[in-house]
Design a protein around this ligand. Structure first.
Ligand code: NDP
Ligand code: 8X3
Length: 251
């Protein structure tokens, strides 16, 4: 069955890989992001099964108007992949920029809830659908400098679990994908304000997850039979693991 899938943040990283994967699997993808030129290049690569859509997920009106603004034949969205998101900075909380904190909340929290609010009623009315959120291990494990980013991803995780509680009895599924260290995307360059050398250093000597690994996970949870719901999927590269708690000793 051909699904209509809306992927936010499809101009780079995971979102572009997820869009590519779904089109190759025979589905139709509405690829949303702010950088329209990137989306049009993706459409040039993937053909008419990909519909570019310029969308800033922090724009409340744009999200609310989204379903009605889609072209005829694209309005019944079967799968929403809430992927657009970002981390800004890695300084300790007391040195962090309030504007950065607010941008992370606007994108990672408000963006997710607005698009979900816009598209969920249609899914419930049709008694089928799937909301796939891009959480993070940062929503599971705290780390220094993670403050609002980790907090936003913990929200995304718990929001998804609470949606699931409401959706019992409907055919609508909800999944939180929680990746760890992942290279080959713009994530760390964005986090470090465009400092690509600092971003590259983070991955030096590692074999991180790649965007295609995350796309594989998203494709798998969506392709499962309709009675199977993966609530959460935490994934790390083999070279990563949790660390010990820290105790600061005097002397
Ligand atoms: P990238 O920076 O490579 O891509 C982020 C995407 O989000 C871009 O397409 C960007 O597009 C889009 N985006 C950002 N802000 C907005 C906005 N206001 N409106 C619409 N789109 C927006 O990051 P990744 O692909 O690595 O990350 C994707 C998701 O996965 C994020 O939610 C991230 O938190 C999460 N994640 C990433 C991990 C990693 O290590 N890379 C690990 C775990 C989770 P544009 O600028 O064109 O709008
Ligand atoms: C991205 C993974 O560990 O940088 O969500 O927070 S991490």
């Amino acid at each position: 069955m051909t699904l209509t899938i809306l992927v936010t943040g499809a101009s780079a990283g995971f979102g572009a890989a997820i869009a590519r994967r779904f089109v190759r699997d025979g589905h139709r993808v509405i690829a949303a992001a702010r950088r329209l030129d990137r989306l049009e290049a993706l459409a040039g690569e993937l053909g008419p099964a990909l519909l570019p859509l310029q969308l800033d997920v922090t724009d409340a009106q744009g999200a609310a108007a989204l379903p009605a603004s889609l072209p005829e034949g694209w309005r019944e969205v079967d799968v929403l992949v809430n992927n657009a998101g970002l981390a800004l900075g890695l300084d300790p909380a007391w040195k962090a920029s309030l504007a950065d904190w607010e941008t992370m909340v606007a994108t990672n929290v408000l963006g997710v809830i607005r698009l979900t609010h816009a598209l969920l009623p249609g899914m419930v009315a049709r008694n089928r659908g799937h909301v796939v959120n891009l959480g993070s291990i940062a929503g599971d494990y705290p780390y220094p400098g993670g403050h609002i980013y980790g907090g936003s991803k913990a929200f995304v995780k718990q929001f998804g679990l609470n949606l699931k509680a409401d959706l019992v009895g409907t055919g609508v599924r909800v999944t939180n994908i929680e990746p760890g260290l992942c290279g080959g995307t713009e994530f760390s360059a964005v986090r470090f304000g465009g400092d690509t050398a600092r971003a590259a250093a983070l991955y030096a000597g590692t074999q991180p997850l790649m965007a295609e690994d995350v796309a594989e996970a998203v494709a798998w949870v969506v392709a499962l039979p309709p009675h199977v719901n993966i609530n959460r999927m935490e994934m790390m590269p083999t070279c990563q693991g949790p660390g010990p708690l820290v105790v600061k000793r005097s002397g």
